[in-house]
Ligand binder design. Structure first.
Ligand SMILES: NC(=O)c1ccc[n+]([C@@H]2O[C@H](COP(=O)([O-])OP(=O)(O)OC[C@H]3O[C@@H](n4cnc5c(N)ncnc54)[C@H](O)[C@@H]3O)[C@@H](O)[C@H]2O)c1
Ligand SMILES: [Zn+2]
Length: 377
């Protein structure tokens, strides 16, 4: 028997101004002591103070802003301590994927104890993630990871920087407030890199062989939105229509990757671990060689992708990617991002070990990964 399971459970409040609804939402749930989890750089921006001012009366808010870079397990542990110290009754995650991934597990760690990575899905004796967790709402400020609608938290090991995944449907935000106005202050390079993450999620999940026609439809439409909006969002930061399309494409990508991802993400995870590259930038730099390799395995799917982005044929999809990367200023390659040739062996070893490429439409060997990294240099 082969039974598929489909689930699209997150309540999403989407649109300019959605951020102003969070306070009333918490009051409706009789919650009064939120811990707001955000990253160090965002905490210094007026955006945070403005967000807190909109929360309104009756809430005693504490801020934990100890998130930075590719977030580590220790950052999540410190967030859990802040939750306990504040005697918080709920968590607001405000930020990009980094802040949201930490926010997602703070309630779990504060109420169940143990070390963060004891909950990682591949831990030999993984702690269970069961029962009701503290209420968690997610407010994204980047349009890329879609972590706000995802079931996983990606944390790096503090010593090795290897990314580990804590996965459970119980980690899903209870409500998402997706406000394109929060993304207008994103610098062009971060808009470009995070946007390429969203595009890659849609493309790789569409190409994953898993049976999920609902997600396939979402992934194709997410691809279409990102193709239409990304270069505009980079060029015209205040264009709310383009920002909204990207925020939606980002959530669609993360919903679609219930079907899992592919080899671009295996390469990106290795690049973050070995070279501390930003996740979206890493995807942007790796997507072309991997897609060139994938084309012959599923040309009919490339024809659908090409149609979605307005490129003429299956063969035109990769050149379209190259042109998009030029338009958004991410066409400079791995070497320009600081990756050195002598790191390629370590990158290949980690990429090969990563699980994402198990759902790549064409199996990848170590030699294939080596070629991808060399081509991307
Ligand atoms: N949980 C998932 O399903 C999932 C999926 C993909 C990636 N990830 C993880 O997400 C992380 C990457 O997230 P990201 O790409 O959103 O980057 P990020 O969260 O690291 O943010 C990038 C930078 O943008 C800044 N920033 C964020 N919002 C801003 C705003 N509105 N204005 C100005 N600056 C702003 C941040 O301070 C930070 O310096 C990685 O750790 C990656 O592993 C998680
Ligand atoms: Zn990603």
């Amino acid at each position: 028997m082969s039974i598929s399971r489909f689930s699209f459970p997150t309540a999403i409040h989407f649109g300019p101004g959605a951020r102003t609804l969070v306070g009333a939402h918490l009051r409706e749930q009789a919650l009064t002591r939120p811990l707001l989890v955000t990253d160090r750089a965002l905490a210094a921006l007026p955006l945070l103070a403005e967000f807190i001012a909109h929360l309104g009366p009756g809430l005693d808010v504490a801020v934990f802003s100890g998130v930075s870079g590719n977030p580590t397990a220790a950052q999540a542990m410190a967030g859990a301590q802040a939750f306990a110290a504040h005697r918080a009754d709920c968590v607001i995650g405000l930020g990009g994927g980094a802040a949201l991934d930490v926010a997602k597990v703070v309630g779990l760690l504060a109420t169940r104890g143990g070390h963060a990575l004891e909950y990682a899905w591949d831990h030999l004796n993984a702690r269970p993630i069961d029962g009701e967790l503290p209420y968690f709402v997610a407010v994204p400020t980047t349009a890329g990871t879609g972590s706000e609608v995802g079931r996983s938290s990606v944390l790096s090991e503090d010593d090795t920087h290897v990314k580990r995944v804590i996965f459970s449907p119980r980690l899903l935000a209870r409500a998402v407030f997706a406000d394109p106005e929060l993304t207008v202050g994103l610098p062009p390079r971060i808009t470009a890199a995070t946007g390429m993450d969203a595009l890659t999620h849609n493309v790789e999940s569409y190409l994953s062989p898993a049976y999920h026609p609902l997600c396939d439809g979402i992934a194709l439409e997410g691809t279409r939105l990102a193709a239409r909006a990304l270069a505009i969002a980079v060029r015209e930061p205040s264009n709310l229509a383009a920002r909204g399309d990207m925020l939606m494409a980002s959530m669609m990508g993360a919903i679609a990757f219930q079907k899992d991802l592919g080899a671009v993400h295996s390469c990106a995870h290795a690049l973050s671990a070995v070279c501390d590259l930003h996740h979206g930038l890493a995807n942007a730099l790796m997507i072309e060689p991997v897609m060139r390799f994938n084309l012959e395995a599923v040309p009919e799917k490339f024809a659908e992708l090409a149609h979605a982005v307005g490129a003429g044929s299956a063969e035109a999809f990769v050149p379209w990617l190259a042109q998009l990367k030029r338009a958004i200023g991410l066409d400079d390659g791995l070497a320009a991002a600081g990756v050195r040739r002598e790191q390629i062996a370590a990158l290949v070893a980690l990429a090969e070990r990563d699980v994402c490429h198990r759902t790549n439409p064409r199996p990848c060997t170590a030699a294939d990964f080596e070629r991808f990294f060399l081509q991307a240099m």
